[in-house]
Design a protein around this ligand. Sequence first.
Ligand SMILES: [Cu+2]
Length: 101
Amino acid sequence: MNLKKHLGVWLTVAGLGLSFSSIAAQSHHGEGTVKTIDMKERKIELDHGPIKSIGWMAMKMFFDVEDRELLEEVEVGDQVEFEFVKTGDGRFVVTDIELKD
Ligand SMILES: [Cu+2]
């Protein structure tokens, strides 16, 4: 295989890698009310409004929270804004949460 061909293959692979990683890293923004905080299972239940970027209507649902410090920053009843990602295995993980001002 000549060098030009090698380069073409490599660029295609690099391009695919880039688009896969940007899909995996897509973060969604939501707003809602804290309904349940489960420190033990590291989950939070949020009653959230519509989230267009992922095609969701308003609903009440549980999210995973890998960073437990985020759970210590909020209380049941708080109005919050949050960021989350969908993982490769289909879980929804809150990556940031803060009180809505
Ligand atoms: Cu939802």
